[in-house]
Structures are given as C-alpha cells and as structure tokens.
Design a binder for this molecule. Structure first.
Ligand code: UTP
Length: 473
C-alpha cells in the first residue's frame, strides 16, 4: 500500500486513493491490484502525447491507393488463380488449418444495448442473436468441410462473464463447448482532460478495453496461440461481432492469402463515395496500411481515376486472415507496440465528493489500438475485393446508417438474392424490394452452392407473396 501510494503521488495521481479509508479490505485490494498493473512512466508519456495534446496525424507523402484482387477475375490468368485459390482454401479448411476469431470486446456504446453486442437479436424473422447466427454458420461450415472449427471469441473484462453466461444458457448453440474459446483482452485506464486517472467507483479505476489491436497480445497471453499451434491451425479467419453478413470462413480469401504467402490479408469494399466512413487501404513505403476516413485529406478522398472511379476506392470492413505464426512473431517478447488512437468519450466517474457523475459531453480520453495497424508490420499482405451486399452489414447504431434496421434489410436482401440465384421466385415490390421478410438458417445454407442444393432437395421453387415472412431451415 505504502509503495503504491508513493508511486501515484510521484506521478501526480494520488487522488485515486482518495476514498481508500472508506473501502472494505476486498475493495481496497481490488483498487491496489489495478494500480499495480499500471506502468506509470508509460502512462505519463501517453498522457503527454495523447491527452494533453491532440496527436498530430501525419499522412505519408508517398501515399498511393492499394492494389487489390478484384471481385471478378480480370483475365484468364486471374481466373485460374481464383479457381486454384478456392480449391486450396477448401483444402486448408478440410485439413483443420483454419480457426475462426470474432472480436467481441467492444462496449457497443452507439447501439446503446445493455448487454454484450453479440447477444443482440439481429435476424429479421427469428430474432436470432449475432452469436447464434455465427455459431450456426460455423456449424454448417464444419459439416461442409468435414472439420471441427475452433471458434475464438475475444471479450473484455467488462463483458466476459455476461458473454459466457449467454453461451451456457443457450448450450453453445449446438457447438461443442470444447471448441468455443473465450479469451479476454487488456484494458486501458480512462483519463480526464487534466491528465488525471478517472475512478469509475471508489474502489475502481475507469477501465476500458484496449481496442481490437489488443487481440494480438491477448491471443498470446491467454494461451490461445499455443492451443492453435497444438491443433495444427495456421490461419485465423478474423471478423467483428457486429457484422452478421460476413462469411465466417471464406475459402477463396483463405486460399489467395496462402498462395500469396501473406502474413495478414484483408477484404476490401469499393467505397460508395469519397467520404464513406470506412478506413482507406493505402500503400506507403511499399507497405499496406489503413488511413482512417477522418484522416484522409479531402483532395485524396475526392481524387478520381480517368474512368471517373475513386482513386482511393478501397474501404475496410475489418475482415482479415492472419497467419498464426505472424501473430506469434509479433508478440514473442510478450509486448507489442501498436500505435494508440485517441477517442474522446463521455466517461462515467466518481467526483471528489464520491458522487457518480454521468457527463453529457465528452469529459476524457480512452486510448485504443487497432488491429489493422499490424498490416504495416507484416512482411507480405494481400487485399481482396468483396461484394458489400454479400459480406458487410455492420450493426453500429439503433437507427439510420449502419443500424439494426439497415442490417436486417441487408440480411433479407442477401438471402433473397441467394434464393433467386438458386432458381426460386421471390416476390418483389414495384421498386424491386423484397416483399416478404426472408431469413435463411445458416445451419442449412452458408453460400450459393448450399442454397442451390437445399432448394432443390426441398423442392422450393416460389415464395408466396401472401406470406408475411419466410424462414428456410
Ligand atoms: P467498434 O469500433 O465498432 O466499437 O468495434 P464498439 O465498442 O463495438 O462500438 P462503439 O464504438 O462503442 O459504439 C468494432 C469491433 O471491434 C470489437 C467490437 O466488439 C466490434 O466487434 N472491439 C472493439 C473489441 O473487441 N475490443 C475493443 O476494445 C474495441
């Protein structure tokens, strides 16, 4: 206690012990444990660099748009490569070389849902949760590729218990609990605009998850990398918990990644406009990197090619394949310095009088690292274009853009399209929208090939327009 008191005093953070005499022994040790974990010299540096000033974003002068493999192969040679890659990807899946990783440690503040985001009921007809939807896709992929896929789910200290309870309550949605591995990311203390650590309670600092960049170190610290190695896993299929449209494993993407001997690959989408809120894939100094939408200078964002298309067209939906060995190499010393990104947030805190204050406007800073910053540390990278309608429906907000509503509509559209491509007649309104709420269970169908064979064997040829909804299972 004495030692900690001296350290916090030395670093001008002694206010965090303001209520120590009121605390019960257990509460006291909780706070002291949190403080012991902080590297105060590093904290001073971060406060000076990221909190007391807004860090300057330096845009490299040699910034160029990143090259990518297009959605449809451009020529015969590429066509051949894609076909080989799809076969290789499938082989790697069948050989147990791929694990699935979902990052679900975020706080989901924009959605304003009082539980882990993955538990949010998202599907349009059955109201399946995001976790259930992924679990069913993973089950189907396991059957299709005759393999047992292990699913790694990153939680944070704030939502780990609730996430695990949800899976327990729902019997892991039919998955073998041995193959669902939860691991917890690190935290960073929140800091107010005066450079002071905030207390969330009298016995606890305000701690926030350290960003999805925390995945890499958390994989090592939790022993997940060891388990992957033991299981013979070489490739990690990575996606975010709020995107139910994603292919949980994508043979073409995995195959192209492996053929390119890439360390870390990414899916890209053609941006809908210059200022769409997606990170921009760029190249600087021969390295693939993402420049956040807010940081890309306007003239670059608006720059066009001769054919009128955006020069910086490649936006990031945060879908990656990472080599297990690349993650192991990056984290081998037990630490990893990805750059920090500052986020100004409304942070609930205990004031000097011991009252909990819920601020109306941002009152402090949270620091996060981003997984895409690892792209610059990779030897080789690979970028593949995907069709947004097939791969990306983020659930960030309650309504409007990237919302629950838009996500449900996209799920319906994707499934309707799949049925149509399988030869099923789907009722549409005069303006071309799907007239019936459609949902396909991922237990039955995860791609067009599944849709074709399933509709054929179930003899599904038309969906009646008199129905309100249609659920295919
Ligand atoms: P977002 O950046 O959208 O953040 O996360 P969020 O916390 O979910 O939502 P807001 O910004 O508070 O509204 C993108 C993905 O990264 C995960 C999230 O769970 C989501 O899958 N993530 C984010 C983590 O796993 N850990 C983090 O520290 C941050």
């Amino acid at each position: 206690m004495q030692a900690i008191a001296e350290i916090v005093k030395k670093h001008k953070q002694e206010h965090v012990l303001r209520f120590i005499d009121e605390l019960k022994p257990m509460q006291r040790s909780e706070l002291l444990r949190q403080l012991e974990q902080i590297d105060f010299a590093e904290l001073d540096r971060l406060i000076a660099e990221y909190v007391m000033k807004t860090p300057e974003i330096r845009i490299p002068e040699d910034l160029e748009p990143a090259p990518f493999f297009p959605l449809k192969p451009r020529d015969d040679e590429q066509k051949k490569r894609y076909a080989e890659a799809a076969v290789l990807g499938e082989k790697l899946l069948r050989g147990g070389k791929v694990a699935v990783l979902t990052v679900a440690g975020g706080q989901g503040t924009r959605l304003g849902f009082d539980a882990p985001k993955g538990t949010f009921p998202i599907t349009p007809v059955k109201g399946k949760s995001l976790f259930q939807y992924f679990a069913e896709s993973i089950t189907r992929a396991g059957i299709k590729y005759e393999t047992e896929l292990t699913w790694y789910i990153m939680t944070s200290k704030l939502n780990n218990e609730a996430t695990r309870d949800f899976f327990e309550k729902h019997n892991y949605f039919g998955l073998d609990p041995e193959n669902v591995i939860f691991f917890t990311q690190g935290t960073m203390p929140a800091i107010d605009y005066n450079g002071k650590l905030l207390l969330a309670e009298k016995n606890s600092l305000a701690l926030a998850p350290d960003g999805h960049g925390g995945t890499l170190l958390a994989l090592r610290r939790s022993g997940c990398l060891d388990r992957m190695k033991f299981d013979g896993v070489e490739y990690i299929s990575y996606f975010q918990v709020d995107n139910p449209l994603v292919s949980v494993v994508n043979p073409l993407f995995i195959g192209l990644h492996a053929m390119a001997e890439s360390d870390m690959s990414a899916i890209m989408l053609a941006k809908t406009g210059p200022f769409e809120k997606l990170g921009n894939f760029c190249i600087s100094n021969n390295k693939l990197m993402i420049i956040e939408y807010s940081d890309l200078p306007d003239e670059l964002a608006k720059a066009r090619n001769r054919d009128g298309s955006l020069k910086f067209i490649a936006g990031s939906p945060a879908i990656h394949v990472l080599n297990r060995k690349f993650v192991a190499e990056l984290t081998k010393t037990g630490s990893l310095q990805l750059p920090w990104h500052r986020a100004d947030k409304k942070i609930k805190y205990v004031n000097g009088e011991g009252k909990i204050i819920t601020p109306e406007t941002p009152n402090g800073v949270k620091l996060e690292s981003f997984i895409f910053d690892a792209l610059q540390l990779a030897g080789k990278t690979m970028l593949l274009e995907a069709d947004r309608k097939e791969e990306f429906a983020p659930t960030k907000n309650k309504t409007g853009v990237d919302s629950v509503e838009s996500c449900r509509e996209m799920l319906i559209d994707r499934d309707a399209g799949r049925l149509e491509r399988a030869g099923v007649k789907v009722p549409r309104t005069a303006d071309g929208r799907t007239a019936v709420k459609i949902e396909i269970s991922p237990l039955a169908v995860i791609d067009d090939e599944d849709a074709r064979s399933h509709c054929k064997s179930e003899n599904i040829v038309e969906i009646s327009s008199s129905r309100e909804s249609f659920y295919l299972t």
